[in-house]
Design a protein around this ligand. Sequence first.
Ligand SMILES: O=C(O)[C@@H](CO)OP(=O)(O)O
Length: 245
Amino acid sequence: MTYTLVLLRHGESEWNAKNLFTGWVDVPLSEQGVQEAVQGGRMLVDAGILPDVVHTSLLRRAISTANLALDAADRHWIGVHRHWRLNERHYGALQGKNKKEIRDEYGEEQFMLWRRSYDVPPPEIELGSEYSQDADARYAGEPIPRSEALKQVLERALPYWEQAIVPDLKAGRTVLVAAHGNSLRAIIKHLDGIDDETISGLNVPTGIPLVYELDETFAPTVRGGRYLDPAAAEAAIAAVANQGR
Ligand SMILES: O=C(O)[C@@H](CO)OP(=O)(O)O
């Protein structure tokens, strides 16, 4: 008996296209991102993998991606759960800033520490500032961060994994998680047992489903899972890694 988990990073967003640090800023998909999401749904159909339930973040780029992909797969009717614990990593004071400008100003080493180190968070966002979420109704009463490294993302995503996603898998449901580059990196780190150094080199492409078969201990039967379009995934992973250059 294996469990089927599909991880799907949202399609390209308007801020991905502009090369801006996004984090918790709720930007829409770009036109290309919409197409990627639809294509992701078609890939699921072609692979014969039809989700029974979907989990998303509270951000529209993940919500829209799930809706578009599931509509393309004729699974628009399945149950849905949304939680901020699946949100993108909070990028702190970098939210809204251009990646290339930050790299030019602070240098490659600091840029990559903020972007991909396991435990160095960017500076905290100022409360009340343009790209802060402290007054956002969807997070009212929740212990939301002002900046996060991947470590903090893993710490807040894991309880959701254990308490909301694992029970769906245990019930035999094919689970789609439509989320973000860094919240999915945290889940992949946990699933594949990737160490704190190696995880800095792992990037997730937009819009290409990553399928894991998990054994009864929820360990992957194939480490790293499989992208439904491996060639497209490889090219897109390189593009994510090179952002800011
Ligand atoms: O800006 C962001 O929120 C993320 C994902 O787009 O960027 P990065 O890949 O640099 O962590």
